[in-house]
Design a protein. Structure first.
Lengths: 275, 348
């Protein structure tokens, strides 16, 4: 696609010092199957950037490289101008926080303890939580309207409450860069949009993976479209989401509307079945 | 509404556990083939520590209390406490409450390595340091194999790790049996067999220093790094995103668990299920915070093994039974129950 050409020229190490997150020609393979191929992404400080793509397009794998759950190859991923592989786990965690779906575990903690985990990057392993940590954690809980539940067991919360606790934990982490890996999947419509409103007003650099294209279009300044591990389009939501791209990449028939505030709204009319 | 334990009640639980432990130590010294009275115990201790002599004290009482029972009690404390802590650490790292040094094959690996050591001849097995080194190596290798097999495919699978541990344990037990059958030295065979069942009867002052201080050192490592285990229990990726160097912590955990298992297995044979039952009970009572879980598991694990050992030597007195029989007797059904629940509800 035509955006591909433009991207290739961009992927020289330009202004990597100014950008919060820089990915240069990242490729990743498991055995013989290519998960990511030559992916380059530039995220300016304070930008809200979305990554969209069908299942298996490599979105989550891309995010994992940025917060180091997968160690990227040398000189591929930069956080605030530094190669991520030269940074300690702690210092990455001080600059990048990740919001994911809650994963089920057998280990039950109190809500306050869950949020206090967000302070871990600032403490040595043997150090206790300080009063400042507790103040920050309580503030984060209060911000999410959860301070009354501080001493409840995390297991007894509803799905929406759990997700809000995890958001509070991310806030307590006080990082500038926020990575969202489909954190709204389990939430009802209200919480999906509420979460995005909250995130938007935080004034942080945000890189988010979405399945809901309408949420992506209404919140993101810029979108990257991944398909089969490659960036196939990049730009403002209304430029990127064309009927043709939605047909080719997402295999859906759509009708597009531009709302009064200039945002794109996609109405889905059916799937495209290939035989 | 389920409330979790506050700090104050944690200190209270520690104090109560210490009191129970002291009481259990006294019981561990008194009960046995020859029952002794409490004042005799204090007489012997004051004689040995402060040199205060009592005329009523018999020489046999002194030797039973000081030479046999006290070292045995200390070994039970070290073994029970550190196996419980090692179990809790394995559970956090594997995000699986079914994990334990016994179930994950560490004990099996240690025991087949020790059997190999006996097979090699008395030049090897006469030194307890050499046996410990063999046990440590065996435990490390077994843990790495089990962990690697258990991680293949979906990492989130709950009972997979336990299953691979059980499978590897079967092979390791066969290996142990093989070395036992190949061994020509009859006394070596007898000691291996007694020892695969687990027994603290061999504890003496001259052989408990290494297991005692080694296992306490290993447990302290976990207590100093407890914060990391809280984060690890939430999943590898969550721990990484919160700044934990997960690969390093995992490697250290495997090494320290293997070290604890190695020194304990070398001293007392295979004592199963302590590391699995105790942390589970403590989590119910005090929550999952490892900064509380590790110390309380150590205390209650010590108490548990002390009483299992008292059972082992009083139930059929004057004959001794293996303490491993009793820990398995209590732990096995508990394991089956949790496995059942985990498969049925996906959570415990």
């Amino acid at each position: 696609m035509k955006n591909m050409q433009k991207l290739k020229q961009h992927s020289k190490p330009v202004n990597k010092m100014e950008n919060s997150v820089e990915v240069h020609n990242l490729s990743y393979k498991i055995m013989d199957s290519t998960i990511l191929e030559d992916v380059s992404i530039h995220i300016k400080k304070g930008a809200f950037v979305g990554v969209i793509g069908p299942n298996g397009s490599g979105k989550s794998t891309l995010l994992r490289h940025i917060y180091r759950a997968i160690m990227p190859p040398k000189k591929c991923v930069y956080i605030n101008g530094r190669e991520v592989e030269t940074m300690s786990y702690r210092s990455v965690a001080q600059q990048v926080t990740v919001m994911r779906q809650e994963n089920s575990t057998d280990f039950d903690f109190s809500v306050l303890d869950m949020v206090l985990m967000g302070r871990a990057p600032y403490r040595k392993l043997y150090e206790r939580d300080t009063d400042e940590d507790k103040r920050i954690a309580r503030n984060a809980l209060a911000f999410m309207g959860m301070e009354d539940l501080a001493h409840r067991s995390f297991f007894t919360l509803s799905g929406g409450e759990k997700q809000r606790v995890l958001i509070a934990r991310s806030l307590a982490q006080e990082a500038d860069i926020l990575i969202l890996d489909e954190p709204t999947n389990h939430l009802d419509v209200h919480y999906q949009w509420l979460l995005m409103d909250i995130v938007k007003q935080l004034d942080k650099t945000i890189m988010a993976v979405f399945h809901d294209l309408n949420i992506a279009c209404s919140y993101c300044d810029e979108l990257y479209v991944l398909n089969h591990g490659k960036v196939v389009a990049q730009g403002k939501p209304c430029d990127v989401c064309t009927q043709r791209l939605l047909e080719e990449v997402f295999r859906v028939r759509t009708e597009l509307f531009v709302l009064e505030d200039g945002k794109l709204h996609i109405v889905f009319k059916g799937s495209i079945q290939k035989d | 509404m389920k409330k979790l334990l506050a700090k104050r009640s944690f200190m209270f639980m520690v104090i109560v556990s210490v009191v129970i432990l002291l009481f259990s130590m006294l019981a561990g010294i008194i009960f046995g083939a020859a029952d002794l009275s409490v004042d005799k115990v204090f007489d012997v201790i004051s004689l040995k520590l402060f040199g205060i002599e009592q005329e009523t004290l018999k020489r046999s009482q002194i030797s039973i209390i000081w030479e046999l029972r006290l070292p045995r009690v200390l070994l039970a404390i070290a073994a029970g406490g550190s196996l419980a802590v090692a179990g809790a650490a394995m559970q956090a790292v594997t995000q699986n409450v079914l994990a334990d040094p016994y179930i994950l094959g560490a004990s099996g690996g240690a025991s087949s390595a020790v059997a190999f050591c006996y097979f090699l001849g008395s030049a090897f097995y006469s030194s307890s340091a050499v046996i410990s080194a063999f046990a440590f190596t065996g435990a490390t290798i077994a843990l790495i194999i089990v962990y690697t097999i258990g991680r293949v495919g979906s990492p989130g699978s709950t009972s997979r790790l336990a299953l691979s541990g059980i499978a590897v344990s079967v092979i390791l037990n066969a290996l142990t049996q093989f070395f036992v059958s190949m061994s020509r030295d009859a006394s070596a065979v007898r000691s291996i067999i007694a020892w695969t069942m687990g027994s603290l009867a061999g504890a003496r002052w001259n052989n408990i220093a290494f297991p005692f201080f080694g296992s306490i050192l290993g447990s302290s490592f976990f207590m100093f790094t407890a914060r990391a285990y809280n984060l690890m229990s939430q999943g590898d990726e969550t721990a990484i995103s919160l700044g934990i160097n997960v690969p390093v912590i995992k490697r250290l955990t495997i090494l320290v668990v293997a070290f604890i298992t190695g020194v304990i297995v070398a001293a007392g044979g295979i004592i199963g299920f302590v590391g699995f039952v105790i942390p589970h009970i403590i989590r119910i009572l005090a929550g999952a915070d490892h900064r509380r879980l590790f110390p309380l598991s150590f205390l209650i694990g010590s108490v548990f093994l002390l009483w299992m050992d008292i059972l082992a030597r009083t139930l059929m007195a004057p004959r001794e039974m293996s303490v491993g029989i009793f820990t398995a007797f209590f732990g096995g059904p508990f394991f089956v129950y949790l496995l059942y629940r985990q498969n049925k509800y996906g959570r415990i």
